[in-house]
Design a protein around this ligand. Structure first.
Ligand code: GLY
Ligand code: MN
Ligand code: MN
Length: 435
């Protein structure tokens, strides 16, 4: 694990500058999303830009150039007292240097005139095309301007390289600073899930439980949810990305909660499923235990050298065995796996990377082969069984949806379940519901 630092951004830039092949790395800010008229959606910085800069204002852009006189250049919104009355203080051009360590800083309005100068004598540009058409135009125009000076001996960028090739393998492996933040985000989400188990009751609405969750997030200093919370009762638990959260919960139903907060730009992503009235019915418990055993098998399969395909296959086997045993699909198990008979009930993958983004960056494949897990990677493990209300199965199982999701760190010799404190066994869940 890499060293801990209070300000991790400078060392990250340094490492990038020391290891990247010559060129100019261009990292733009996230766009401002207008909600309606002059009201904007909450702003969140682009994760790549934040990772190297810690700068969270919109209309900004970083350029990193190894070996240049000014290797780290920031474009930012200039100070503007009239605007700052409305939106709060900006770092400004001077603050970009004094507070954020830029060697050189400009107003974002000067990007079109300054960028060509920064691309002179750079053999390549690391820039993600296809996200922002106006910025693509600006970068391509800047390259064309430098190319026009080739006859004067100026080197111009002849390659445009995906910046993820530099940044995303770095971001995939979490350093001590990142793990600290992830553990904190997970501890907040843990409290929220425990509070939700205590709060849910027949007759309450899903949004009342959502409010409990979001209340814990904000009360404990989380900036925001890492994604919109899913609070699905009864048949809503079988809708994978259910978001309305507006149904009245009934006695005898399950409630599936998939909710995680973000803390310091790091996500958590946790799912628990529990009985609204605090006691699993027999069919609910039987399905729940299949999912739980699948999840434990996938956790067991998580260690360096294994792949996410191995982790997924472990869940698929246990889920298929369970579905055959319960009479929901036909055996034998090996044939049922080969013919994907589990798919109508388990239609998603078991894991994704998690970090700054809930579905985090980082390569899933090396060429055509799944990439082996390595120390410092954090993944989710989230198998489920979802039985539609109209499924052709014994009636007692219809409308049952169960998912169990934890965040798991790959360690040098295995794994650590970072969200292990959230109740998960049938007994622990029932105890938390009764609290
Ligand atoms: N909460 C989104 C997911 O589980 O992937
Ligand atoms: Mn989730
Ligand atoms: Mn997830």
């Amino acid at each position: 694990m890499r060293g801990m630092s209070n300000n991790p951004h400078g060392p990250r830039r340094q490492r990038l500058l020391e290891t990247m092949a010559p060129g100019a790395l261009i990292l733009p800010s996230a766009p401002v999303a207008v909600r309606n008229n002059d009201v904007e959606h909450e702003y969140r910085q682009n994760s790549d830009l934040f990772y190297v800069s810690g700068f969270d204002e919109p209309e900004s852009l970083a350029v990193l150039r190894p070996g240049a006189d000014a290797p780290y250049c920031l474009f930012v919104r200039p100070r503007d007292p009239a605007r700052e009355v409305w939106d709060g203080q900006r770092a400004g051009v001077d603050g970009a240097k004094t507070d954020y360590g830029a060697d050189q800083a400009f107003s974002y309005a000067d990007l079109a005139t300054e960028l060509p100068k920064l691309l002179e004598d750079q053999p390549r540009v690391y820039y993600q095309l296809g996200v922002d058409a106006a910025l693509d135009r600006c970068v391509l125009d800047a390259i064309a301007k430098v190319r026009n000076r080739a006859k004067f001996g100026v080197v111009w960028p002849t390659e445009i390289v995906e910046p993820g090739t530099l940044l995303h393998t770095e971001r995939l492996v979490k350093d001590a600073h990142e793990l600290d933040r992830m553990r904190h985000a997970i501890s907040i989400s843990t409290e929220a899930h425990v509070a939700a188990m205590a709060a849910a009751q027949p007759g309450r609405f899903e949004y009342e439980v959502e409010a409990v969750i979001n209340g814990v997030f904000r009360r404990r200093g989380s900036e925001r949810s890492a994604y919109g919370a899913i609070v699905g009762s009864g048949p809503n638990a079988t809708v994978l990305h259910y978001r309305r959260n507006d149904r009245k919960m009934k006695d005898g139903e399950l409630l599936l909660i998939d909710a995680g907060c973000e803390y310091g730009y790091y996500a958590s992503d946790i799912t628990r499923t529990f009985p609204v009235n605090g006691r699993f019915s027999e069919p609910q418990r039987r399905i729940y235990e299949v999912v739980l055993n699948a999840q434990l098998a996938s956790i067991e399969a998580t260690r360096p050298g294994k792949t996410l395909a191995d982790v997924h296959d472990a869940s698929v086997r246990v889920i298929t065995e369970g579905l055959v045993k319960l009479g929901l699909i036909e055996g034998p198990v090996d044939r049922a796996i080969k013919e994907n008979l589990y798919r109508p009930f388990y239609m998603h993958k078991t894991s994704h990377y998690i970090g700054m983004d809930v579905h985090d960056v980082g390569p899933y494949f090396e060429g055509k082969q799944p990439r082996p897990l390595s120390e410092g990677v954090v993944i989710t493990i989230e198998p489920g069984i979802y039985i539609a209300e109209d499924a052709e199965v014994p009636e007692e199982f219809r409308g049952i949806g169960v998912r169990i999701e934890d965040d798991v760190l790959v360690t040098s010799d295995g794994h650590e379940v970072l969200s292990a404190e959230v109740p998960k066994s049938v007994a622990d869940v029932e105890r938390a519901c009764a609290a």
